[in-house]
Write a protein that binds this ligand. Structure first.
Ligand SMILES: [Zn+2]
Ligand SMILES: [Zn+2]
Length: 355
């Protein structure tokens, strides 16, 4: 089977024939149908998330059809349509018991180590050397093997494109607004960065009844999409006026985190959703904690991602969430490097890899 393999940070991927082993106990083999190309994939490829995460098969938001299951698997069966949840929560650790499955301890070790929950690998290069699977998924491959906890059964009526986007951008954006910020009707909201996740933050804030949702992005071409998602205004970074109850930082840079802090009203909060490179420090005026400003982090929806992915799928089917405009480019597995280049130029939104 074919997969896009990154051997080292900063290198381009090569599409190779690789070997996939059969699913072990509690694991599932999935035939990919669609995978989104996300900024986190680019971050990892460029080495921003550390240099020990290679060789690897990237891709973590995807959807497909279950092909085979290992012993003990109960939630899915061959033929089921599934989306991926990129943090395989154990259900038993302290974080899982606190209903923070997004921070599951053994799940995080596996996800950030690119392994299964038992620490093992399922993808191998032709010479027998193991390949990490980014966030345990490895979606830029024709097939993958993942823990049962990494798949969420999808209603058959949902398309593979929408199902793929659910597992990263949608659950991350909606969860930040609903679970971490708790945006209420009448609130003033600003969103810095209108990429794949930022647009979902905008949609969720608008759906929550925010009075003002200002989208902030230097790339004017992104205005149309942001406004269509529910933004009440689109402005460049130097054109923002006033302060906000909630400022979502969806870029992951020290400068934009500092800017978010300056735009936050007394009693309000910054919610940092963007993933900053390892080693980056953000500077903020600490005296402003005295005006009850808060600085919050949000990762993967700030809740139980698998449960929320299933619930969000129902909202897509009911028409409450519309992902129709999110995919701007489609490609096959050979076009992933080009998709990365578009992302670096800030061009378009999601590229969907189709299998
Ligand atoms: Zn992602
Ligand atoms: Zn856990």
């Amino acid at each position: 089977m074919k997969a896009a393999v990154w051997l080292m940070a900063g290198e381009k991927p090569s599409v190779e024939e690789i070997d996939l082993t059969a699913p072990g106990p509690g694991e599932v083999e999935v035939e990919l149908r669609a995978a989104g190309v996300c900024h986190s994939d680019l971050h990892l490829a460029l080495g921003h998330l550390g240099r020990r995460r290679f060789p690897t098969v990237l891709g973590h938001e995807g959807a497909g059809v279950v092909r085979t299951v290992g012993s003990g698997v109960q939630s899915v069966a061959p033929g089921d349509q599934v989306a991926f949840c990129f943090l395989p929560a154990c259900g038993e650790c302290r974080q899982c018991r606190r209903d923070q499955a997004n921070l599951c301890e053994p799940g995080s070790v596996a996800a950030f180590g690119g392994t299964m929950l038992d620490g093992g690998f399922r993808m191998f290069r032709g010479d027998g050397s193991p390949l990490q699977q980014f966030l345990t998924v490895g979606a830029f491959a024709e097939r993958t093997v993942v823990p049962e906890q990494s798949v969420v059964k999808m209603p058959p009526a949902i398309g593979f494109a929408d199902a793929a986007l659910l597992g990263c951008a949608v659950v991350t954006g909606f969860g930040a607004v609903r679970n971490k910020a708790k945006v209420r009707a009448g609130d003033r909201v600003a969103v810095i960065g209108t990429g794949g996740v930022g647009l979902q933050v905008i949609a969720a804030a608008a759906a929550a009844g925010a009075e003002v949702v200002v989208a902030i992005d230097p790339i004017a071409a992104k205005a149309e999409l942001a406004l269509a998602q529910g933004a009440t205004a689109f402005v460049p970074p130097d054109g923002v006026e006033g302060t906000f109850d909630w400022v979502f930082e969806v870029v992951g840079r020290p400068e934009t985190i500092a800017a978010a802090w300056r735009l936050t009203a007394p009693g309000g909060a910054v919610v940092v959703v963007g993933i900053a490179p390892v080693g980056a420090d953000a500077q903020i005026a600490a005296i402003e904690f005295a005006s009850e400003k808060s600085l919050l982090g949000s990762f993967y929806g700030s809740g139980n991602p698998a449960r929320e992915i299933a619930a969000l799928a129902e909202e897509i089917l009911s028409g409450a969430i519309d992902l129709g405009r999110t995919v701007t480019h489609r490609t096959d597995i050979e076009g992933i490097d080009e998709a990365f280049e578009r992302m670096q130029r800030g061009e378009g939104l999601r590229t969907l890899v189709e299998f």
